[in-house]
Design a binder for this molecule. Structure first.
Ligand code: SAH
Ligand code: SF4
Ligand code: F3S
Length: 454
């Protein structure tokens, strides 16, 4: 097969971190001469970037893999790669389960894809899951969007939430230097991107592993410092960041967000449970009172700020009363968006072997009750947008109605309005909100925002 006909396909599961890794791996493959194929069946290299946060995420991967493994029997030159968190968790075992695989590589190895593939093309079956220092990215990611871009600022997680696989699969915290981050943002800005999202599993931990940090935890480079440091890159109009951890969230950060015009008024601060006993058994390191104080402080500084979060129901031993404390927190705070999940026992995590596991029935019943409340609250939150003028950054066409474009408000609400994507993509526009739903808005354009003239 000649180089020019080599085509690749990547399917990405899981969180924004995985999406960012996939974009970098796609960049590496394109550097190597591969071309993107939307259809996996037309590709000679297929990469699954996998997620293992819950059992159903992991099982999905196996069903996809099974199909391609079969195909390999008729097409032996097909290269099959499993990257990401399932790869890290299962390692060698994946090769035994799916012997057709060529490469199993953990998330810390994403930037090494070219090296690893070279070993595959030399005739080896490769497993790369040992902890490594993450190489600074030297390739150009192939970003999915032309408007908004992810920027990793810290890899890994040093927390030990008792339900969570992430520290096990993503390894210890590794912050990138402020200089490397700014350089990447400057490149992104020159390419015409308008919005960046700084990424970390626990982004508030940013910088604590960088030289200059002190054992007491005082450090020169905090997320707040980073926001000030990168804020003025010309061309970037909006800055977001995720995921925040209530344990480390500071008022100084909130003040910076209020002060810095490009930082959007949207905060993703998972609380996981509204009950102090459950929070303690999750090892989250805060109480629901502290969580409420954080949100109040955010709203003191930015009354209109959008708040989103993650929550888990049915943690081992969670009583009906403790679950109701989660409902109470959700009712009191009024989230703009809440990602909810039934607790899923994960291999290697402490809570997975505790005795008091709840039945699937109880978990799914609680999940339904929570989701019902979330939708009501989100619809209430959406009401405040009605009739308002909002700034929207146009990202794409509305996939369900091609006469409309799709963008987001600064608060991250999806907004649709009539318009031609070829003209509007990447534009910051003022729109008037004409219809509100729980998780999205409809609007009409009222003119081009001032900011566009920059
Ligand atoms: N670092 C982030 C979350 C990363 S995982 C934080 O600390 O909040 C994304 C979400 O998946 C978590 O917020 C949690 O709500 C959910 N999650 C993680 N492990 C889970 C498990 N074992 N069962 C169900 N949901 C889980
Ligand atoms: Fe998992 Fe907790 Fe780390 Fe978030 S902070 S990734 S929930 S261990
Ligand atoms: Fe999943 Fe790994 Fe992200 S387990 S949620 S892809 S860090």
């Amino acid at each position: 097969m000649t180089t020019s006909t080599r085509r690749y396909h990547i399917t990405t599961f899981g969180c924004q971190m995985n999406k960012a890794d996939s974009e970098r791996m796609a960049g590496i493959l394109e550097d190597m001469g591969f071309e993107w194929s939307e259809d996996p069946n037309q590709a000679s290299l297929i990469l699954y970037n996998t997620c293992t946060i819950r059992d159903n995420a992991e099982q999905k991967v196996y069903s996809y893999l099974g199909r391609q493994a079969k195909r390999k029997h008729n097409q032996p030159d097909l290269t099959l790669v499993v990257a990401g968190c399932v790869a890290q968790q299962e390692g060698e075992y994946l090769l035994r389960r799916v012997p057709e695989l060529d490469l199993v590589m953990g998330p810390q190895h994403a930037n090494r894809l070219q090296d690893l593939l070279q070993q595959v093309f030399d005739g080896n079956q490769v497993v790369a899951t040992e902890p490594v220092h993450i190489m600074e990215d030297i390739t150009k990611p192939r970003r999915d969007s032309k408007v908004t871009a992810w920027v990793n600022v810290i890899y890994g997680c040093n927390e030990r939430c008792t339900y969570c696989v992430v520290p096990g699969v993503r390894g210890v915290e590794q912050s990138r230097t402020p200089e490397a981050i700014k350089e990447e943002i400057e490149v992104i800005a020159r390419q015409g991107y308008k919005e960046i999202t700084l990424l970390g599993q626990n982004i508030d931990a940013y910088g604590r592993d960088l030289p200059g940090s002190t054992p007491e935890g005082r450090h020169k480079h905090t997320l707040t410092d980073l926001l000030y440091y990168i804020h003025d890159v010309p061309g970037i109009e909006r800055i977001r960041f995720a995921t925040s951890h209530p344990r480390y969230f500071t008022e100084r950060l909130i003040r910076a967000c209020a002060e810095l015009p490009k930082v959007c008024e949207h905060f993703h601060v998972p609380f996981q449970s509204g009950d102090n006993k459950v929070l303690k058994r999750m090892s989250r390191g805060y109480t629901h009172e502290k969580y409420r104080r954080i949100i109040h402080t955010i709203r003191d500084y930015m009354p209109d700020a959008a708040i989103s979060a993650d929550a888990i129901v049915g943690f081992p031993g969670e009583t009906e009363e403790q679950f109701e404390n989660t409902l109470k927190l959700v009712a009191d705070i009024g989230f703009d968006l809440l990602n909810t999940a039934a607790y899923s026992p994960r291999p290697g995590t402490p809570a997975s072997v505790w005795d008091e596991q709840l039945s699937e029935e109880v978990k799914s019943e609680r999940l339904q009750r929570l989701n019902h409340l979330v939708a009501i609250k989100a619809a209430e939150r959406s009401q405040r947008y009605m009739g308002r003028i909002e700034e929207v950054l146009v990202e794409d066409q509305n996939s369900k109605d091609k006469t409309q474009v799709m963008g987001r408000t600064r608060g991250n609400r999806l907004t649709f309005f009539t318009g031609d994507i070829n003209q509007l993509k990447g534009e910051l526009l003022k729109v008037k909100i004409t219809e509100v739903r729980a998780f999205s808005l409809t609007s009409e354009a009222v003119g081009v925002s001032q900011i566009m003239t920059v």
